[in-house]
Every structure is written in C-alpha cells, then in structure tokens.
Design a binder for this molecule. Structure first.
Ligand code: ADP
Ligand code: MG
Length: 687
C-alpha cells in the first residue's frame, strides 16, 4: 500500500537508478512527487477526426490500428522504419516511427490507440510522424492537456506522468489546511482535487481553479506567519520616546533648506510611533538623494533628548564614516554625543584622538554616548548599551534578519524602535506578504528637480564612446566613475576592477588622475581615495559596487558600468544615483557583452525609467523576489504556485488571514495550519 510517506522506490518502474535521478529533482517520497508540479501544459484536447486532418499541423487522434510492420529504410539502411495505418469512422491515416522496431511487436492490429504528433506531407505521403502513442482508456501522454514537468537527465516526461499517475490516489492523505468556511467564502477547491487537477486537468479552467486554490494556501500561510509576528511585536514592551517639540522645531529651523512634504510626513509618522509603548518597525523609503538622513537625524535627536541611545548601522566602513561626519554636523548644536565604531576606527565628537575599543565599549554600556554609528561590528557580542531605544539601519538589505534580531536583544529595557532606510522600495505585494510586518513611510519626491540622467546601453565594441565622453568631461573639470562587477578576475570572466584600473592607467587614462576603490582595500586606503575623489584630486574613480550607496560627489557626471547585466535593475539604479547630483547633465553607460534579448530588454528598462520604484517592480516581475528583497530574507522560499505579482490574490489572502486571526488568533481551530504557520514563522523570524 502506498502512502504519502512511501519511498519513491515503491512505485512500479522506479528502481535505484531512476530513484537517484528523481532525487536530483528533490523527489524521494510520494508526497515529493505529487508536489513536483508541471510548469506548462501541451494542449492536445482537440482530438481530430481523421478526415479533418490537414498537413503540417500537430494533431491528436484516436483510431484503431489496421496494419503495422517494420522494415529497413531504403536509402539509410541503418534506420528502422515502423509503418502503420490507423483508422477511425471517418478515414485512415498513415503513421511512421523511426528506430522503434519494438513497436511492431507490442502494438497489434485491432488495438485502439491515442496518437499525438505532427502530420507532414513528405516522402511517405500524408503521414503522422513519430507520434506519442498510448493504448489505455485515459491517456496520459497522447491526448488531453498534457503536463510538462521539470526534468533531469535520464528521465522522460512519460515516466514522470506514469509515476504521478500511480501516486495520485494518495493525494487524499494530504491534510486540507483550509477550513470549510474559508473554502466556501472564497470559493476554493478542496486540496486533494486541486492538486490532482494540476497534474491531470480536463481543461484550462481546472488548471486555473487548482492554481488559485494552491496559491491561496501558500499566500495565506505567509500572511498568517507575518501577521502573528506583527501582533507579537505589538504586545512586546518597547520604549516610549516622547516627542520633543522645541528641540525638533529648532533642529528643522537650523537646516539650510526646507524639508520636503514627504520628509515632514515621514518624520511625523516616525515620531508618533516612537512615542508609543509598542516597538516601531518601520521602513523609510526614498529614492537616492531624497534626504532620508535628515529624517533619521530628527528621530535620533528626539531619542537623545529623552535620554536614550541610538545605534546607526551602515553597510560599509566608508559609509559609516560619511554618516558619522554628516550626523555629527547636523546634531552639533544639540549637545549630542556621537561616536563612530567600526572594526578599524573608533572616534567620538567629544575627543580629538581615536578611542580605544574598551574605552568606547565602556562609554556605550554606561550610556555616555547618544548615537553610535558603525558597521556590523556593532552587532558583536561585546557591544552592550545602557539605554538603546532606537536602531537605524541604512540600506538594510546588507543585513540579515538574524543580525537585526541580535541588535534588538541588546536592549535591557525592551525591544528598541527600528527604522530601515532604503532607496530600493519594496514592491507593494512584497510589502504585504513577506515584509508585511513593516510599517512604511515614503519620501516620494527629491528635494529639488534634479536633471534626469541619460542612460545608454553600449556593447563591447563601442566602449570608446564612453571613454571619449569621460575624457571630455574630465577636461571640463568634471569627474567620472567606472564600475566593475568584481574585485579580482574570476572564472566567469567578469571585469575585475584591479585589472581594469591597471589597463586604463597605462592606456586611455594615462594622463588622467585615476583612483581605485574596492572592498578589500584597507580602510585607510579607502578613506584616502574617497577623500581625494571628493576633493577633486582624482578625476576618474574605478570602483566596485561598493560606491552603490552614499558617496556624494556632485561634480561626478559620467558613469560607465562594466558587465551591467550582472547587476539587478534596482542595484543599477542605485549605482547611477551616484551621478546626476548637480545641475550639470549626467550620462550613465551600461556596457554589456550579453546578446540575450531578455537581458538587453531588462537593461533597456533603465534607459526608459528614472523611477526607482517602477524599476523595483520590474525587477520583481522579471527576476522574482529572491533576487531583490528576498536575498536578505533568509527564510524566504519561493512559492510553488503563487505569483507575487498577482496583487489581487495577495490582497484577498491578506484580508482572509486577518479575518482568520481576528476570530482565532492562535489558529486553535486548524491545528494542521497552525503547525505549518509556525514553521514559516521560524523561517522568517529566526530566534
Ligand atoms: P539619501 O536619501 O540618499 O540618503 P541624503 O540624506 O544623503 O539622501 O540627502 C542627499 C542630499 O540632499 C544631502 O546633501 C542633504 O543635505 C540634501 N537634502 C536633504 N533634504 C533636503 C531638502 N529638503 N532640500 C534640499 N536638500 C536636501
Ligand atoms: Mg543615504
């Protein structure tokens, strides 16, 4: 007797060799097999009458075998030809198979066959060539909607269809996770028929109903996990940070500019949240240059004035340094104690000399620092805080969920408020699902109308165009970036920044001051290069994507991105945000060796869209969430059926999840669902 847990070897036709191939498809049990879903279907639903058949078309017919025989081909003697005649009530048709002599033995006149394949007018006359065939009443391969499965070497579609056909009766043992009410209300199929229909649909409506049911369940599980987590956070004790109106007003008045409406609204949303006892978990989205730092500074100021500490995490040492300088200045008039803590540098605005590590650790743990800016070094075990109430993470996708958790737990008083700053907006459907526990503030517009960056795709041959432009602009006193995907040469042949630097300084740019920047340089070196570029001592900076976030050099107006196809759209947008920071026109060249039309098409989106949000959505549609926001979501497994760009279903399931939790917050009524949601929660929010 087969069950869902049965080893795949218990199926007829699966021996050790086939089992090891199935294992490559992650199929080891009957349940695994049933979850191996078709990625498309071949439509053989129209079974034709033989008299209706026209040449050069793909057909499915049902007929009785009249004759069958095999012989050697006349011209190609090594080839065996099986010829047959099938007939239905309307006429007869010639069938030819090559090199399958056994067919003449296993098929006999009188057999009723399903046949599917291409009809050609050729040497043999009007003939059905090499068709798939089947003798059974319910054909799996030669008529109907034929599922096409992902395969591996040494396995055929036919084999998989046969195995699945054997396993299908067991689909009934799969627990149906959804309550009857839910299925009624949302008009959903039961689980077992849905899964069965995906493997053996009668028509296209079967497929879409089945997909809807399975996608509904997948999305519902994520929503339930995320919403339960959100509810838990809401109940956790946090730290109230009262809104300090006088200091905030004074801070805003001292700024050399007026806040944009988006900055004001975001700051207000953050301050309101921080004043509550529940910990805030908020994402601050704003395109590159929209002014997120100032908004963060307002939150920091309020925390400091209430006697609390803030930790500000930057993805690189360079950035931590830049933010230290920036925030130090912004907060200088407010007697705020600001420190920098990275692996190699520890400074404080109160002291001129660098601090020793123990000295700074002591200050942090005794509450003598209001704001500490650093890299992941801040997450180290040794770092403790006296009164940490606010954590700000700049460009969070460099930080995993675990690290965020670690920072949260560093607080003796409860869970600190959390703000993530990002220039890569979360597409709406992701914001509702895997990131559904985040509140979102948006800064929709840049402070002042910035020049649109002209973006041009170059193939290898006309890289000279970019070099010429760089030389021209450098001649006019402006600056340029050349971005390479890799630090050192690697087997993929992607451009290495080190090699490129050597080549360019000896060739095209031998008369030009060129700098090199990448993550493996010592931080002193990085700093010097950055400073030199900022001061204009370096005209062309050859760098890796390390410049992606936060280098602010308005005089830079040209960028050449080598191997542009190896970056995501959102990342390319980030990179190009390094130029176009002044009123001078800027141009960004995307160089690629790719000839794949799909890749070129993706890059072309950048030449058309200037909006980071639209690009992020585009990335989601094309590459899926794993590539974009998914990467840092360690527990995120792509869905089997659900598509995150199906916004309607995402919203419907979100509402259903919320309703379910309203009446049954712990999912007591559906124990199987509860178990699976708990697994998902652990994956999304590791303890
Ligand atoms: P990002 O959102 O990319 O982190 P920043 O916070 O670094 O942007 O701000 C980009 C630049 O714009 C900074 O030089 C900042 O001082 C300036 N800025 C911020 N807000 C405004 C504003 N409302 N008007 C004019 N300039 C602003
Ligand atoms: Mg920033």
């Amino acid at each position: 007797m087969l069950t869902l847990h049965s080893d795949i070897m218990e199926l007829a036709g699966v021996g050790p060799a086939v089992a090891s191939r199935l294992k490559r498809l992650k199929i080891q049990t009957v349940a695994d097999l049933l979850w191996h879903l078709p990625f498309r279907y071949e439509d053989l639903t129209r079974v034709e009458k033989i008299s209706d058949i026209k040449g050069n078309s793909t057909v499915s017919v049902k007929g009785k075998l009249q004759l069958i025989s095999s012989r050697r081909a006349q011209r190609k003697k090594r080839m065996l030809v099986v010829e047959a005649i099938v007939a239905d009530e309307t006429g007869s048709l010639k069938v030819v198979w090559f090199n399958q002599p056994y067919l003449a033995k296993i098929l006999q006149p009188g057999d009723v066959l399903w046949l599917a394949g291409k009809v050609e007018h050729n040497y043999f006359g009007t003939t059905l060539m090499n068709p798939a065939w089947e003798k059974r009443d319910n054909p799996l391969n030669a008529a109907g909607l034929i599922p096409i499965y992902p395969l591996t070497d040494g396995l055929t579609q036919k084999q998989l269809r046969n195995f699945i056909n054997q396993a299908l009766p067991n689909v009934r043992d799969f627990p149906d996770l959804l309550s009857a009410e839910l299925k009624n209300e949302h008009r959903l199929l039961d689980f077992a028929p849905a899964l069965a229909k995906l493997h053996q649909p009668k028509n296209f409506s079967d497929i879409s109903l089945a997909k809807r049911r399975l996608a509904f369940e997948e999305l519902l599980i994520v929503h339930l996990a995320v919403l339960q987590e959100k509810a838990k956070l809401t109940k956790s004790p946090g730290v109230k940070i009262p809104f300090n109106q006088p200091e905030t007003v004074s801070f805003v008045q001292k700024l050399p500019f007026i806040l944009t409406p988006g900055q004001k609204r975001s700051a207000w949303e953050i301050l309101q949240d921080m004043a509550k006892a529940q910990p805030m978990n908020r994402l601050l989205e704003g395109d590159v240059g929209s002014g997120k730092t100032v908004v963060a500074a307002i939150a920091i100021l309020n925390a400091a004035k209430a006697g609390f500490q803030t930790a500000y995490l930057a993805p690189t040492e360079i950035l931590a340094q830049q933010h230290f300088e920036k925030l130090k200045k912004l907060l200088a008039p407010f007697k705020t104690r600001v420190a920098l803590f990275t692996r190699t540098r520890r400074l404080s605005n109160l002291e001129t000399k660098p601090l020793s590590k123990p000295a700074l650790l002591k200050k942090l743990s005794q509450g003598e620092i209001d704001l500490v800016i650093g890299t992941h070094a801040l997450i180290a075990k040794a770092v403790t805080f006296a009164k940490l109430a606010l954590v700000i993470v700049d460009e969070q996708h460099r930080f995993g969920v675990e690290q965020r958790k670690a920072l949260r737990s560093k607080n003796p008083m409860g869970i600190p408020h959390f703000i993530s700053l990002t220039a890569t907006p979360i597409p709406r459907t992701l914001a509702l699902t895997v990131w559904g526990d985040l509140a979102i503030s948006e800064i929709p517009h840049l402070p002042k109308e910035r020049k649109k960056i002209e973006t041009v795709i170059l193939d290898n041959r006309n890289r000279e165009v970019a070099y010429a432009k760089i030389l021209e602009r450098v001649g006019a006193g402006e600056q340029a970036f050349i971005i390479c995907p890799r630090i050192e040469t690697d087997p993929t042949g992607a451009k290495s920044v080190v090699e490129e630097y050597q080549k360019l300084t000896q060739g095209t740019f031998s008369q030009t001051p060129v700098g090199l920047l990448h993550g493996k340089l010592s931080s002193e070196k990085k700093e010097r290069v950055m400073a030199d570029f900022a001061e204009g001592k370096i005209s062309v900076l050859v760098a890796t994507a390390v410049v992606e976030v936060g280098i602010d050099v308005p005089n830079a107006t040209v960028m050449l991105i080598e191997g542009a196809d190896s970056f995501g759209l959102a990342q390319l947008h980030q990179l190009r945000g390094r130029i176009g920071r002044s009123d001078k026109p800027s141009v960004c060249y995307l160089s690629t060796e790719a000839t794949d039309p799909e890749i070129l098409d993706r890059l072309r989106m950048l030449t058309k869209l200037a909006d980071g949000f639209a690009l992020a959505e585009e990335d989601l549609n094309r590459r899926g969430p794993g590539e974009l926001w998914g990467e840092r979501q360690s527990g995120f497994e792509p869905f089997k059926v659900a598509r995150l760009n199906d916004q309607k279903l995402v919203e419907e399931t979100r509402a259903a999840a919320q309703n379910t939790l309203n009446t049954d917050p712990e999912l007591q009524k559906t124990p199987e669902l509860k178990k699976i949601v708990e697994t998902k929660r652990r994956a999304l929010h590791p303890e």
